[in-house]
Ligand binder design. Structure first.
Ligand code: PLP
Length: 441
């Protein structure tokens, strides 16, 4: 590696002098290679965006073809490829959805969805969950319910956090999914009442909480959110930036949950695997109509960039031709679930496994009885050493893992072959021996 990166590149979320990033020189499918020629199976799909893997030939070809025809066009002009992508997004969303507003990524999708909700309701406050991530712009980072928000406070003063369902570490002393669902909804309604329904424009939630734990809402929770939003005149924004476009074997994760429809859906990442930055908001008919004769006061130079949209259209083609949604469900149930559930028998550091499709979390604990996490919340430095050692063992075995706090997440590209999936899970299982050594005997 030349010294250009350490000398000139300012990296995200980091103290710069502490960094030693892997220098990636090549990628193909689920694998990437560093400059020494070592290969890694990418079990985090980069930042859970690389749904179709590295260097997918269809996406590369689509970008090249579009670059040859029309590399860029400003958003006030129409473009066929942008229109086609918007149509295909609306078609797979179904239900009451009508239009798409394109952004550059997930944070600005959330910013603009919140802006729409505020304009439609005339109410400013936004409720979001603790244990969530919504992006790194002013309102999105305030909406975020994890430590990345702390250094940015106060930012947008109109955001209030509440507890979402998380049965393994229930804030409501619940012992069944039904109890967790009902009590989390009661808590949300109390929050609405005490914050003042007349002040709340939006409830923004990750349909399945991603980085903060792969928390799948228990039965009835999303339907309950829908009811509360209708009762109190609040817009439900579903953040599907991480789980949209196939991660859990659906176009959007809310579609698996009994049919309660959000008002706005934000997306990014999987729409085109991040080959060219792209995000957006899918807008319901009702909210879309509000802006038929009222100006929407928002825009971006690169909204619906043709190269990004071309990769998005190619993504739809590949998903449909290769049956990606069905294979995600199949691999998740046939291979990932039994392997991870097997770890509960063989690895004392595994406290819980949960997930669906190709999106799973493994909670690592010191003690299964007390559920004490393997490392404390937001641990850094020596306190985080066991997780660092676990990740190092995985990398030494040729798997690039996704770890967050005391958890391993399993989120490989959706095109991973069965052999690769089995091999990678084998390496992660071996690496768990490092975590087992920390368990109180
Ligand atoms: N929302 C969720 C659920 C995310 O996981 C992320 C990114 O990880 C974002 C929003 C922000 O997306 P971006 O980094 O594209 O701004």
């Amino acid at each position: 590696m030349t010294d250009n990166d350490p000398k000139y590149v300012f990296h995200s979320w980091s103290a710069q002098a502490t960094l030693n990033p892997v220098n990636v020189v090549r990628g193909e499918g689920s694998t990437f290679w560093d400059e020494a020629g070592k290969s890694y199976l990418d079990f985090s799909s980069q930042l859970v965006n690389l749904n179709l893997g590295h260097q997918h030939p269809d996406l590369v070809q689509a970008i090249q073809t579009q670059a040859g025809a029309l590399a860029t066009i400003q958003p006030a002009m129409a473009s066929d490829v942008r229109g086609e992508l918007a149509r295909r997004v609306v078609e797979v969303t179904g239900g009451h959805f009508a239009k798409v507003f394109f952004t550059n990524g997930g944070a600005d999708a959330n910013e603009n969805a919140i802006r729409m909700a505020r304009l439609v309701t005339g109410k400013r406050k936004v409720l979001t969950m603790y244990r969530s991530y919504h992006g790194n712009t002013t309102t999105a980072i305030t909406a975020t319910g994890d430590p990345r928000r702390w250094a940015n406070e106060p930012a947008d003063p109109s955001v209030v956090h509440f507890f979402g369902p998380y049965l393994y570490r229930s804030a409501f002393y619940a012992s069944t999914p039904e109890e967790e669902s009902q009590r989390a909804l009661e808590h949300l309604e109390q929050t609405i009442i005490l914050e003042g329904a007349s002040t709340i424009g939006a409830i923004l939630i990750e349909t399945i909480v991603g980085t903060n734990g792969v928390l799948i809402p228990p039965p009835g929770y999303l339907a309950g959110v829908r009811e509360l939003c209708d009762k109190y005149g609040i817009v439900w924004i579903a953040d599907e930036v991480m789980v949209g476009f196939g991660r859990v074997g659906e176009w959007f994760a809310w579609q698996a949950d009994g049919g309660a429809q959000p008002d706005l859906i934000t997306f990014a990442k999987g729409i085109n695997s991040g080959y060219v930055p792209l995000g957006g908001v899918v807008i319901s008919e009702r909210i879309s109509q509000h802006f038929d004769n009222t100006v929407f006061p928002g825009g971006l130079t690169y909204s619906g960039h043709p190269l990004a949209c071309a990769a998005g259209v190619a993504t739809f083609d590949a998903f449909e031709r290769d049956g990606i949604l069905a294979r995600v469900k199949d691999l998740g149930e046939r291979i990932v679930r039994p392997t991870l559930e097997g770890w509960l028998e063989t690895h004392p550091s595994v406290g819980e496994v949960r997930g669906t499709g190709l999106f799973w979390a493994v909670e690592l604990v010191r003690d299964r009885e007390t559920r004490e996490p393997l490392v404390p919340f937001n641990a850094a430095g020596p306190a985080n050493a066991p997780m660092v050692a676990f990740a190092a063992a995985a990398k030494a075995g040729g798997v690039w893992p996704f770890t967050h706090f005391n958890r391993l997440h399993v989120a490989p590209p959706l095109v991973i072959t069965e052999d690769e999936l089995v091999r990678g899970l084998g390496v992660l299982g071996e690496a768990l021996n490092v975590a087992d050594a920390e368990v109180a005997s």
